[in-house]
Design a protein around this ligand. Structure first.
Ligand code: CP
Length: 292
């Protein structure tokens, strides 16, 4: 039984085995498999989600698990109950694993030392979002065959992005070249990836845009949406200059016409909805790993 708290501490072989297992589940013609029959999994989202929450639920149900969905907004958290007491409550009821999304940094690592059932990180402050990066790597590997030697530009709100961090940690293990492109107010130089211009970023094999996370910003951090799009948005004009073999990615949700123009979201080179599709087999592999 293994928790998944982040990719920084996970070896390349272990990441590769999750990707391989996801490929197995993607190829499986059976929509329902009894692999986790009789297991109870709680999805505990203390911060909003659409993709991660529902793809975990689809993955759990495909594996035959019993699913409990916890949403902080309609729970005793509203009466002041702590995250620890909430998770401990569900654990005491007999769950076999917990999927958890949290807003504050540092809480998940502490929880994992106190909770006995495996915990799967579904987004942890601006620290890590391992299943998002796993599905991103899976999408890139399917597209290009291997990750070694790929140049991946991650553009936008790096400072607040757990997706950028998990992708950086994992892609570097596989020998990919990760570069960031961001305004100074949203950069994170401490992560050590080279900071490149937008012109340089567009030459990559993978052009990954990030959502501007307005809910985590202090006033005025972004400037206007128009000015951001002008400098860091993937506009149709900029997209016309990316390589024919390159792909466009975005973890979503998307601020259309801010970090990416509306008509590019479903462009032939975009893999944005493919990423979402790949989230299900990746999460099947991660849940199976946690419980078997
Ligand atoms: N990409 C992602 O984590 O989306 P949600 O916030 O909708 O889960």
């Amino acid at each position: 039984r293994r928790s998944l708290l982040g990719l920084k501490e996970l070896g390349m072989d272990e990441i590769a085995s999750i990707l391989d297992r996801a490929a197995y589940w993607e190829a499986s013609s059976n929509k329902l498999e009894p692999a986790l029959q009789g297991k109870f999994i709680a999805n505990m989202f203390f911060e909003n989600s659409t993709r991660t929450r529902f793809s975990f639920e689809v993955a759990e149900k495909r594996l035959g698990a019993e699913v409990l969905n916890f949403a902080a907004a309609v729970s005793s958290v509203q009466k002041g109950e702590s995250i620890y007491d909430t998770v401990r409550t569900l654990e005491s009821m007999g769950i076999d694993a917990g999927v958890i999304r949290l807003k504050p940094n540092g809480v998940l690592a502490d929880l994992a030392t106190k909770i006995k059932v495996p915990l799967i990180n579904a987004g942890d402050g601006n620290n890590e979002h391992p299943t998002q990066a796993l599905l991103d790597l899976y999408t890139m590997r399917k597209q290009f065959g291997e990750l070694r030697g790929l140049t991946v530009s991650i553009i936008g709100d790096i400072l607040h992005s757990r997706v950028a961090r998990s992708n950086l940690y994992a892609l570097q293990k596989f020998g990919a070249n990760v570069q960031f492109c961001a305004p100074a107010s949203m950069a994170a130089p401490e992560l050590g990836a080279p900071l490149v211009t937008m012109e340089e970023a567009l030459k990559a094999d993978v052009v990954m845009l990030l959502r501007v996370q307005l809910e985590r910003h202090e006033a005025g951090m972004m400037g206007t949406a128009e000015a951001y799009r002008e400098q860091y948005g993937l506009t149709t004009e900029r997209a016309s200059r990316i390589a024919p073999h390159a792909i466009i990615m975005h973890p979503a949700p998307i601020n259309r016409n801010v970090e990416i123009d509306d008509e590019l979201v479903e462009h032939p080179q975009s893999r944005i909805f493919t990423q979402m599709q790949n989230g299900v087999p990746i999460r099947m592999a991660v849940i199976e790993r946690a419980l078997n």
